[in-house]
Design a protein around this ligand. Structure first.
Ligand code: SAH
Length: 249
């Protein structure tokens, strides 16, 4: 398969363009040569609303640190999930969040909202949070380059659960809370239909009872993934898998 690269820029068939620095570095690392074919996507499709696709391209010039390409035909792709699935996750610590972002991008998530909750182990803010977010955006881009997606899931800035919930009640679609509480609905039942879905999941130590109550008050219906306690990064990925790999995909 031709190497695929994300290029954060406007692309148009027939133009000769200089790749943005991050993309150019990546092309340099793979040692492409003038005349080599590649494909480029920018998450904007061909500019028409809702379009999804990538552009064929050919390396025109390899500079010391810059790369010039000739943009070829636009090829529509159809690799997005049938419905928008948003994950709002109290971030697990260490490399587990990297893993979550990578797998969620591969499995078709539309967006990821990293949250800090009462019992979160990972409590980052300010510059450290900005750095982490930039890193996770890079992880999502790399996952999309690899898996063939032409849209990169949106990674929102870190927010506290309390702040995020203030705006969440206004979001479109079905809101679901991944919950270990008895009486939660089975996931498969709760996701019938075709509209957008937002899943809220807790950190390693779970959400506090007050946080769970606040989420329910904001319209998050409690759902269960079964009798086993899944790790913080496993639970949202299990939801995505059911929806994008199962019949509902
Ligand atoms: N010790 C914690 C476990 C947290 S697991 C506790 O008892 O609450 C991390 C998060 O994954 C949970 O907050 C929940 O949102 C989700 N989760 C894990 N297993 C789940 C299951 N079987 N059903 C629904 N959600 C689950």
């Amino acid at each position: 398969m031709t190497a695929r690269f994300y290029a954060d820029m406007a692309l148009a068939t027939g133009s000769t363009v200089q790749l943005p620095p991050a993309t150019a570095r990546h092309v340099q690392v793979l040692r492409l040569q003038p005349g080599d074919a590649l494909s480029l996507f920018n998450g904007q499709g061909d500019g028409l609303p809702g379009s999804e696709g990538e552009f064929e391209a050919t390396v025109a010039r390899m500079g010391r640190s810059d790369v010039e390409v000739i943009v070829g035909a636009y090829i529509p792709t159809a690799r997005e999930a049938g419905r928008a699935i948003h994950l709002a996750v109290a971030m697990p610590a260490n490399e587990r969040m990297d893993w979550l972002v990578e797998k969620a991008a591969e499995l078709g998530a539309a967006s990821i909202q990293p949250l800090i909750s009462e019992r979160s182990v990972l409590r980052i803010k300010g510059e450290r949070a900005d750095k982490k977010i930039a890193h996770w955006r890079g992880v999502a881009v790399a996952a999309c380059e690899q898996c063939g997606r032409s849209r990169v899931p949106l990674i929102h800035d870190v927010a506290t659960l309390a702040d995020w919930l203030k705006g969440a009640a206004a979001a479109n679609g079905t809101r679901l809370l991944l919950s270990l509480q008895e009486g939660s609905r089975p996931l498969a039942q709760a996701v019938a239909g075709s509209g957008a879905l937002t899943f809220l999941s807790g950190p390693e130590g779970g959400l506090s009872p007050a946080e769970a109550a606040a989420a329910i008050a904001c319209g998050f219906g409690p759902v269960t993934l079964g009798p086993r306690v899944l790790r913080a990064e496993t639970a949202p990925l299990a939801c995505l898998s059911l929806l994008t790999l199962g019949a509902a995909g």
